[in-house]
Design a protein around this ligand. Sequence first.
Ligand code: NAD
Length: 372
Amino acid sequence: MSEMFRFADELGPEKIIHVYQPALGLKAVLVVDNTAAGPALGGIRMAPDVSTVECFRLARAMTFKNAAAGLPHGGGKMVVFADPKMEPAAKEQLMRALACSLKEEKDYIFAPDMGTEEQCMAWVKGEMDRVVALPKELGGIPLDEIGATGWGLSHAAEIAAGFCQLPLAGARLVVQGFGAVGKHVARFLAEKGAVLVGVADSRGALYSSKGLDVAALLCLKESGASVIDYPAGEKRERDAVVGFASDIWIPAARPDVVHELNVAQLQARLVVQGANIPFSSGAEAILHQRGIMCVPDFIANAGGVICAAMEYRGAGEHAALEAIREKVSANTHQVLEEACRKGCQPREAAAAMALRRVKKAMSYRRWHRQES
Ligand code: NAD
């Protein structure tokens, strides 16, 4: 029996498809976890060291993320076993061959993830239509350029700040990571009156209790410099950002940055997770005991996937941003209200909400198991 059946449960995975084209060196695995709400949406990860089990876990995370976001999509993921930095001509051949192999697989919509970018989606589009995150010229919405995820995060922060009785005007903000997610959430929250007092990128951290000029930092990053090249403020080593005093702390860099060993350094009233799994579960439990509210990643950072789902339906940028605002605000409110009422962690309330939605969607299927 396949080792995957060890992981199978009442939700899925529905299908695992192995794609193999030895002449091209194409080896890929598609996991369609659950399609009760609609065709599975989840990115294609290209890396030499991914596994089928990892692909399943990522697909399951998409089932929950899409359900939590209230999208008409189930969860899926694809991994391609290859070096993403290969020659563009070879990468084009690989992506086109992958698209041709799965042309008839209507339960999965191609999307980018680590190692596959907009250009790859354009090659897929040349072979078939079930693909999102396309270049503008092919009807795509440039989600990183417009800051789709940062826009959603800013609304999650606004709703959560209300639960903490924390006025956004004057709130001290710290953002870890100043890329596609971090720089835009800093910009949107500064527009709402928050004061950016700390920031970090891969080269170091910067702090100023008087506040940092977000526009100047954006110019600096645009020119290829680091936040530590900012002409004022205190320069610190990269991970010192965890201990910067703030009201709102936003991880927008890497997974596992806050764990049981450094969570005690965190001095904030509210954490809004931009990166995927930035905190260990132990660290989140400690924050909960300390009374620090933490909006979980798959609720707060759903802006990107909502944008992709809107693009798939032919929506433009304005409609996509409005859908992100509405969905992320409503879901953050529902999760925090339930967490406060039950006295549980927001992540538990969010997972329960997503599971309820997946099961409800499954109950509309022709074949489904009655709940006893
Ligand atoms: P990015 O590559 O554009 O930016 C990452 C930023 O983090 C850069 O400024 C980099 O210098 C900085 N960084 C890297 N390692 C760091 C470290 N150890 N400490 C501090 N800073 C560090 O990436 P992104 O698209 O902004 O994504 C950031 C995170 O958000 C990732 O975990 C990603 O999976 C997640 N995410 C992104 C989106 C999206 O729409 N782009 C959506 C959901 C989740």
